[in-house]
Ligand binder design. Structure first.
Ligand code: HEM
Ligand code: HEM
Length: 176
């Protein structure tokens, strides 16, 4: 299989990014769900302990994926319709905005942050309010919106697969 996309199929780099991020997002949402339904339990601790570093990794992967999508835009499989294009754009926007708001809040809190041992923010004394507020207001809600859109995305793939009048798009992303 080619590394790059073509008009019939996504190539192996697009697929690696798509399925790799899907797995990491599964962990990320499990951590958020357990935070709500199983606060202060061992299972919450297990999943939540990496929410911040994993979120940081997801932001880097989303940026790489966006650049790769733009570089391949002329040759990747055509979108089925306007709604599918809008849905994918919405997913990209949230994949960037959700972790970016949290990172901005993390910086503004003045607390040191060293995901995977990388000394990203050294930390400082005074909090910066305008960096914290957007994350406090929106990170969680937009995170749940992203989950809802992912569920919608998976449902639409199934709808297209089942209905004879629609094109099955799963082989574009999975299989040969
Ligand atoms: C794609 C990446 C991310 C997703 C999908 C995500 C998702 C979520 C969701 C759904 C919640 C709400 C949980 C609740 O209602 O209690 C949440 C909370 C939280 N997240 Fe994230 N997150 C991501 C990245 C990050 C990053 C990079 C950081 C920090 C550097 C972070 C820090 C937090 C914190 C501190 C909370 C609890 C406070 C709040 O609800 O805003 N997250 N996250
Ligand atoms: C079981 C889970 C999933 C399945 C079965 C699935 C299936 C697919 C399929 C078949 C396509 C090709 C659609 C087309 O070309 O019309 C696609 C594309 C896409 N999917 Fe998923 N997907 C899943 C999870 C996710 C997740 C978690 C995300 C994250 C937000 C996501 C984001 C996207 C995006 C943005 C595209 C457009 C192509 C790209 O830029 O990578 N998918 N998906």
């Amino acid at each position: 299989m080619s590394l790059k996309d073509n008009s019939q199929r996504y190539g192996s780099i697009s697929r690696l990014l798509h399925w790799g991020m899907a797995l990491l997002l599964l962990w990320q949402f499990l951590s958020a769900i357990f935070r709500v339904v199983a606060e202060d339990t061992a299972i919450e601790q297990f999943f939540w302990s990496v929410h911040k570093p994993l979120g940081f990794l997801l932001l880097i992967l989303a940026a790489i994926r966006l650049i790769w999508a733009l570089a391949n835009s002329a040759r990747r499989p055509a979108s089925l319709n306007k709604l599918a294009t809008l849905g994918h754009l919405g997913l990209y926007a949230l994949l960037i905005v959700v972790p970016a708001l949290a990172l901005l809040r993390q910086y503004g809190s003045g607390r040191a942050f060293d995901p995977f041992g990388i000394p990203l923010f050294a930390g400082f004394e005074e909090k910066i309010g305008w960096m914290i507020e957007p994350g406090n207001l929106l990170h969680g809600w937009l995170g749940w919106l992203l989950l809802a859109m992912i569920v919608g995305h998976i449902v639409m793939v199934k709808v297209h697969r089942r209905s004879p009048s629609h094109e099955d798009v799963l082989p574009r992303m999975l299989g040969n």
